[in-house]
Design a protein around this ligand. Structure first.
Ligand SMILES: [Fe+2]
Length: 286
């Protein structure tokens, strides 16, 4: 199976030329820093991403956090390391055109995550009945804000849906739960600290696959947060491979900081589970 080389920048430029940026900006802010763009990314980009989805199935790590999440994930490392001519997924994540659009939308100078973050861009495979994730924020471990961009790739499901608490139309205060279909090429862009969201359980013979891309306003992360993030990625997302690809000096810092820092976070059930596993009071998720 070959990944086709396409000009991501040119394709995105053409898409963005036909967009009412002012309207999208108002919608993003009216929805508490969340914007849904139905089938926004063109097929010319989505199609080679789907080829990669198939190539990377062998790398899926199945994870299970009782009471909170179940599913499969492929890390940024696996995406980058897969041998092929070019990765459209990585090109899309790193696209200057996409990032410029996002910067204007969220009114921040967005940066790529550092190369040692397995969540920089990753794939979530909901392939087995019951695959889901409970309500959470995509809290930032970085010394700045973190923004999530989800792109739908495969949406063969009636039951498995991204659901989020968004303001009722015409209001700014009242939040109600809304299902958000993620058809191929659809985007959901949000401030991770603002959107309370979940994914409902997959039904039998259904499949849902999503690309997640993370952008930050500061690439620095404290040692304790790095250790915690590594722990979360290992247990709840990507398995030991999330650590294997790290520089050795950073691996050393993990064992140090994980046992020496005080309790500093308290916002997520995944990490409550992890905390129970390691005997430390930690909480949060992606
Ligand atoms: Fe999330």
């Amino acid at each position: 199976m070959q990944c086709q080389a396409i000009d991501v920048e040119e394709n995105l430029n053409q898409t963005l030329m036909g967009v009412d940026h002012a309207l999208l900006g108002r919608t993003y802010w009216d929805q508490n820093e969340c914007l849904v763009l139905d089938r926004f990314i063109p097929k010319t980009i989505v199609t080679p991403c789907l080829t990669e989805v198939e190539l990377l199935r062998k790398n899926v790590f199945r994870n299970y956090v009782p009471g909170h999440k179940q599913g499969g994930s492929v890390s940024y490392y696996a995406i980058v390391n897969e041998p092929r001519e070019i990765s459209t997924i990585v090109s899309l994540y790193r696209s200057p055109v996409l990032r410029k659009f996002l910067c204007q939308l969220v009114k921040e100078e967005l940066l790529l995550c550092p190369d040692n973050d397995p969540h920089s861009c990753a794939l979530y495979y909901y392939t087995q009945p019951g695959d889901h994730i409970g309500y959470h924020y995509d809290k930032s471990y970085y010394k700045g804000k973190r923004y999530t961009v989800l792109m739908g790739l495969i949406e063969r499901s009636e039951q498995c849906r991204l659901v989020a608490h968004l303001p009722k139309p015409g209001t700014k205060d009242d939040m109600n739960e809304q299902p958000i279909p993620l058809d191929p090429g659809s985007l959901v862009i949000f401030n991770g600290d603002k959107l309370w969201h979940a994914v409902t359980p997959l039904g039998p013979r259904e499949e849902r696959i999503v690309l997640t891309m993370q952008y930050v306003t500061n690439q620095d992360m404290g040692l304790f947060h790095r250790a915690f993030s590594n722990l979360k990625d290992t247990f709840a997302y990507f398995g030991p491979a999330a650590l294997i690809h790290r520089p050795k000096v950073e691996q050393a810092s993990i064992s140090h900081s994980a046992i020496s820092q005080p309790d500093a976070m308290s916002d997520h059930p995944t990490l409550q589970f992890l905390a129970g596993a390691i005997g430390a009071p930690l909480h949060r998720d992606s």
